[in-house]
Design a protein around this ligand. Structure first.
Ligand SMILES: C=C(OP(=O)(O)O)C(=O)O
Length: 532
């Protein structure tokens, strides 16, 4: 029997809120059988198991909302695709047991996904593993994937959307993952349902009870008496804070001297604003346009980009929308654009560097954006700018694109052109860039200042935006904005970190851009700062 000793782990917040409850360990390894001799009914058994798993998923689709149905629909389509099971049926025909044949075929497929350079494909590995385990459970006659009792804290390496969607969240609960990412499907689902979630915690081991703080990213496993004693008041306070944040969501935020603090939202795809009212924000401070550059698809053409930009800007109903041009490379490889052989992609040809190296692709994006800017309050933001000459080159390209459209007789407008400040050189030299606005990308700025990758949990403590060195660079950027009389905002995760909001306001920042789920909480943090 293992000793229950309190352990505290820190990961990345994927969905805010405080939760506590008994631990439910997500799926142990699926049953495994050694290769057997030819089973005459092997093919029929596998077909039946696939059909039964499909029936489970179809039943689940009927119970979930549109967002969940999209995700489960993807799993159904995969399971219906004959190509997925082809290898298993071939192996069965060659004398392998159906269990082993299915497991081997799916394991190979999952491995391919998990080792993909592309985060989109990596994230789909968990959907495939869920399909594998569902079919195996039917094949072996074991119960389907176990259901977590209501109120549980789900812990594990990863969580399949189907498990998340079939969990009863009516009594609270949360999700704590050893790996995972705040941009996974489950994280999106958790945010839209208000379920606290933390990712990237590293090895979790065994535990019976957990306290999960989606605000700070801290998870306490098997909390000791002191942590437990503070739990009831903390949960009550969190409930009250949630209610207050909800109340503040659609209200403007001010400091005590009357200074208006803009609270904008960050989105990484149109799904992030589905079901969300524009009334909660002062605009969109960051649209990550990488969602348009889907893996395995040709680069998006001008018309499809134009349609996507128009739809997002229309949602904002007259509020400003800042589109960041493609930020490919580093943690966001794009097949056909980024160079997979770079030894250190975070310091390679990424962001604006890549766009300038591939102007034919960059021009298409600028054309679509300048056309959409005729109809909406659109701003263009350049990522990963390091030296003023890069900014000047992009600005000249934008002028040329506008001139070309005018010559063609196509309606267009040159919107304000700003830059992310996410490289220390840009923060230190901000005054020298002819940008119309600055937006501090605290995730990358912290990574490059602290020499600590943003997604390596073993150096997570060093990836700290509250480090004085990072705050100093932010302060320099605010100062440059004042001198040049151009707006400065912050769109990195630091803006949604309640502990940091007072420091950011103290630096003089008056515009914060945060994930939609954090708007109310950030407004509450601004209110508390104003009332000090
Ligand atoms: C907002 C940022 O950009 P990304 O999309 O890389 O998180 C950042 O670096 O802070």
């Amino acid at each position: 029997m293992w000793q229950m000793t309190e352990r505290r782990l820190t990961g990345r917040s994927a969905s805010p809120g405080l939760a506590a409850g008994p631990v439910f360990v997500i799926g142990g390894p699926a049953p495994h059988r050694a290769p057997a001799l030819l089973d005459e009914d092997g093919e029929a058994a596998l077909r039946q198991a696939i059909d039964a798993a499909l029936t489970d998923l179809v039943a689940l689709v009927a119970k979930v909302d549109e967002e969940g149905a999209d995700i489960i629909g993807f799993q159904i389509a995969m399971l219906e695709d004959e190509a997925l099971s082809e290898g298993a049926f071939d192996a069965i025909a060659a004398g392998v047991s159906p269990t082993h044949a299915w497991r081997s075929a799916l394991d190979a497929e999952i491995l391919d996904y998990e080792h993909s350079e592309d985060p989109y494909f990596q994230a789909r590995g968990v959907d495939l593993a869920d399909i594998r385990d569902r079919v195996l459970a039917h094949l072996t006659g074991t119960a389907g994937p176990a259901h977590a009792p209501a109120g549980s804290i789900l812990i594990g390496e990863e969580v399949a959307p189907s498990l998340f969607l079939s969990t009863d969240w009516s009594k609270g609960g949360g999700v704590a993952l050893a790996s995972g990412s705040p941009s996974s499907h489950v994280a999106m689902l958790a945010r839209s349902r208000g379920i606290p979630m933390v990712t990237g915690l590293g090895p979790l081991g065994m535990a019976e009870y957990a306290i999960l703080d989606g605000e700070t990213g801290m998870v306490t496993l098997d909390p000791g008496p002191q942590a437990l004693a503070g739990l009831a008041p903390a949960l009550a306070a969190s409930k009250q804070a949630n209610a207050h944040a909800e109340e503040l969501e659609a209200k403007p935020a001010f400091l005590s001297d009357g200074t208006r603090i803009e609270v904008m939202i960050n989105i990484a795809s149109p799904a992030d604003i589905k079901g969300c009212s524009p009334e909660i924000c002062d605009g969109i401070g960051l649209v990550r346009t990488e969602f348009l550059f889907e893996p395995g698809h040709p680069l998006p053409n001008e018309e499809s980009q134009y349609a996507a930009y128009m739809a997002i800007a229309a949602w904002a109903s007259g509020r400003p929308v800042t589109f960041r041009t493609l930020d490919a490379g580093g943690d966001k490889p794009v097949l056909g654009l980024t160079d997979a052989s770079e030894s250190n992609p975070f310091l390679g040809l990424r962001g604006l560097r890549l766009s300038l190296a591939r102007p034919e692709a960059f021009r298409v994006q600028l054309r679509a954006l300048t056309r959409a800017a005729v109809h909406h309050d659109i701003r263009i933001m350049l990522p990963m700018v390091t030296v003023p000459s890069e900014f000047a080159e992009a600005s000249a390209l934008l002028d040329a694109v506008v001139a070309g459209l005018v010559r063609e007789g196509t309606a267009c407008r040159r919107p304000p052109l700003g830059m992310m400040v996410e490289v220390p050189a840009a923060a230190l030299g901000a005054l020298r860039f002819a940008a119309d606005f600055y937006s501090i990308g605290s995730n990358d700025l912290t990574q490059y200042t602290m020499a600590a990758a943003r997604d390596i949990s073993t150096v997570a403590a060093l990836h700290d935006a509250s480090n004085p060195a990072v705050l100093e660079l932010m302060g320099r950027t605010v100062g440059a904005g004042r001198v040049r009389k151009v707006p400065v905002s912050i769109c990195g995760d630091a803006a949604a970190d309640m502990r940091l909001v007072p420091q950011l306001l103290g630096l003089g920042l008056t515009s914060l851009s945060v994930p939609p789920a954090f708007v109310g909480r950030v407004k509450a943090a601004i209110e508390s700062f104003a009332n000090v």
